[in-house]
Design a protein around this ligand. Structure first.
Ligand SMILES: [Zn+2]
Length: 511
C-alpha cells in the first residue's frame, strides 16, 4: 500500500498573511467550503488569538465545515491555546496547532529563552492543548536553521507530551532540497517516537524552492505537506497546493504515494481564491496560470493535435478546466441556468439563485453569448455580496479630452437617498469623489485594476480596487459591461466593506 500524503491547507492562515489581503468571515467561510470540495485533509482556518475577526472566522468554519480536520494556530502559551480551543469547540475533527521557535537566532533575539526553557514551554503547551483535543500539532519554528540535536530532543519531548503531528517548517525559505531531505531523514532516524506521529513540512518560497523542498521531504518520509492555494503566504509565499498535488499525481510513478485531493476542483479553487483575495495569477504560473495549457508554437500545436501526450503531461480536464465556452443567451430560462450552475459545481440557495438569475438576465440583455466564465464571475460576485449599507442607484458622467470630467451619483445610504456631484481628473476620479461626498466618507484609493472576463467587445469588465481607511486595506470588486459602472460598483463595494469591518481578521498584533 502506498503511503498517503495529507494535504494541510493554510490559505486562510499563512495565505491571509500575504501583504494586501484582508478577508472577512464570509469570504473565509466561502473559501473553506471550497477547500472541503477540494477534499483537503486539514484546513488551518486562522490564528484565533490574533484578533476577534480571526477568532470568529475559525469558529464559523469549525461550526460549518465538516469533513476535513479544522485547526487553529497558537503560540506556545496558555492564553493562545485556550483561545484556539474555544474557537474550535464545534469542530467535528478539531486540531490545535502550537508552535515555538527552535533556532539559535530566534531563541536568542526573539524569545530571549534558552534551549531548556523552549523545551519546557513546548511540553507545557502540547499538554495544555491535549487537555482540550486529542489531535495536537507541534511546530518548531525556523526548524531548518535549528541545531539538529536540539530539534530531535524537542520533537521527542513534544511527542511524549502528546503531540500527534510534528511539523518541520522552513520558516524563512532558506533550505535547499538536498539539505532539507537530509534533515527529514535525520529526524526520522533519531527521534525514537517518530513512527507514532505524522511528520509534516511547511516550506516558504523565498528562494523559489518551497515546492521542491516539500517534495524532497516526502521522499524521506514526510506524510503531511502544508501549502496554500496559488502559493499565497508571508513574503514570497508558501508551497503552492496545486503544484504539490499535481506533481504527486502526475509523477505517481516516481513518488509512489497517494493523496486524497479531488484534482478536478483545483481550477475552481484557484480562481475563487484569486477573485476573493484580489491577488491575480501570473499567466505562466504552473498548473493554474492562463497559459499553463496553451500551446503557442506551431510545432507544439501540431504535436498536440496529432497526439496529446507529445507535449502535454497532464490534461486540462484533470484540474477541472473545461473548454466548454458557450452557452447561454437571452432566451435561456431559469431552468437551463440552474442546470448549468449545477454542472459547474455550484450549490446555491434559492435566494442566491434568484439573485444570480436576475444578474444573468440583465447581462443577457446586453451581451449576446454568455460563457462559463461570465457565469462564474456573476455567481462569485453575487455569493460574496455583503449586506449593503450603501447602494449605487444611478450615476451620470460627462467627460472629454478638453472638458472637465463631472459626475453625478445617486446612492441609497442606509435607506436614505442622497445625490451628489463632483469634478475630477477623469471620469473615474470624478465619480469616486462624488461617491465619497454622498456617503460622507473619506477613503484613499491605493490600487485600481481592470480586466475583461472574456474576450470580445461586449466582454464583462471586472474592476478591482483597494482602498485604505484607518490604516486598513479593503478590496472592492465591480462587474459590468460598462467599465465606468464597474468602477463605481467596485468603489461602492469597498466602501461597504469598510463599514462592515468588524468581521475582519486583520490587523494582527502577533507574529
Ligand atoms: Zn509560514
Amino acid at each position: 500500500m502506498p503511503r498517503k500524503i495529507e494535504i494541510f491547507d493554510t490559505t486562510l492562515r499563512d495565505g491571509e498573511q500575504t501583504p494586501g489581503i484582508s478577508l472577512n468571515v464570509k469570504e473565509k467561510l466561502e473559501i473553506a467550503r471550497q477547500l472541503e470540495k477540494l477534499s483537503v485533509d486539514v484546513i488551518e482556518a486562522g490564528f484565533p488569538i490574533a484578533s476577534n475577526g480571526d477568532f470568529n472566522a475559525v469558529k464559523a468554519i469549525a461550526e460549518n465545515v465538516k469533513g476535513p480536520v479544522i485547526t487553529g494556530l497558537a503560540r506556545a502559551n496558555f492564553k493562545d491555546i485556550d483561545r484556539a480551543a474555544e474557537a474550535l469547540k464545534a469542530a467535528e475533527r478539531p486540531r490545535i496547532h502550537t508552535f515555538i521557535a527552535s533556532s539559535p537566532i530566534h531563541m536568542k533575539y526573539k524569545l530571549k529563552m534558552t534551549e531548556e526553557q523552549v523545551l519546557e514551554a513546548a511540553v507545557a503547551a502540547v499538554k495544555r492543548a491535549k487537555s482540550f483535543v486529542e489531535d495536537v500539532e507541534f511546530s518548531a519554528e525556523d526548524a531548518s536553521r535549528s541545531d539538529v540535536e536540539f530539534l530531535c530532543r524537542l520533537f521527542s519531548a513534544a511527542i511524549k507530551a502528546g503531540a500527534t503531528v510534528i511539523n518541520i517548517p522552513d520558516t524563512v525559505g532558506y533550505t535547499t532540497p538536498g539539505e532539507f531531505g537530509q534533515l527529514i531523514k535525520t529526524i526520522m532516524e533519531r527521534v525514537p517516537e517518530i513512527d507514532k506521529v505524522k511528520v509534516s513540512v511547511h516550506c516558504h518560497d523565498d528562494l523559489g524552492m518551497a515546492v521542491a523542498n516539500s517534495l524532497e521531504a516526502v521522499i524521506y518520509g514526510a506524510t503531511q505537506v502544508e501549502c496554500a492555494v496559488n502559493g499565497l503566504g508571508e513574503r514570497a509565499g508558501n508551497a503552492a497546493l496545486e503544484e504539490i498535488v499535481m506533481a504527486l499525481d502526475t509523477r505517481k510513478d516516481f513518488y509512489q504515494v497517494e493523496h486524497g485531493i479531488n484534482t478536478k476542483q483545483i481550477y475552481r479553487t484557484s480562481k475563487m481564491v484569486s477573485t476573493i483575495t484580489g491577488i491575480f495569477i501570473q499567466p505562466n504560473k504552473a498548473i493554474v496560470g492562463a497559459n499553463a495549457f496553451a500551446h503557442e508554437s506551431g510545432i507544439h500545436q501540431h504535436g498536440v493535435l496529432t497526439e496529446k501526450s507529445t507535449y502535454e503531461i497532464m490534461t486540462p480536464q484533470s484540474i477541472g478546466l473545461t473548454t466548454n465556452t458557450l452557452v447561454l443567451g437571452k432566451h435561456s430560462g431559469r431552468h437551463a441556468f440552474a442546470e448549468r450552475l449545477k454542472e459547474m459545481g455550484y450549490e446555491l440557495s434559492q435566494d442566491e439563485l434568484n439573485k444570480a438569475f436576475e444578474r444573468f438576465k440583465d447581462l443577457a440583455d446586453r451581451k449576446k453569448e454568455i460563457s462559463d466564465l461570465d457565469i462564474e464571475a456573476i455567481v462569485e460576485d453575487q455569493v460574496m455580496k455583503l449586506p449593503q449599507h450603501i447602494e449605487l442607484e444611478c450615476f451620470q458622467v460627462s467627460t472629454g479630452n478638453k472638458a472637465i470630467a463631472t459626475a453625478t451619483v445617486r446612492v441609497n445610504v442606509n435607506g436614505k437617498v442622497v445625490e451628489e456631484a463632483s469634478t475630477g481628473d477623469g471620469p473615474i476620479d470624478a465619480i469616486y469623489k462624488a461617491l465619497e461626498r454622498a456617503c460622507n466618507m473619506n477613503c484613499k484609493l491605493v490600487d485600481y485594476s481592470i480586466r475583461s472576463v472574456t474576450a470580445g467587445k461586449d466582454a464583462l469588465g471586472e474592476v478591482t480596487v483597494r482602498v485604505e481607511k484607518d490604516g486598513r486595506t479593503f478590496l472592492g470588486r465591480g462587474l459590468s459591461i460598462d467599465i465606468i459602472e464597474a468602477s463605481a460598483m467596485a468603489y461602492t463595494n469597498a466602501m461597504n466593506k469598510t463599514i462592515w469591518n468588524n468581521g475582519y481578521s486583520k490587523p494582527r498584533e502577533v507574529d
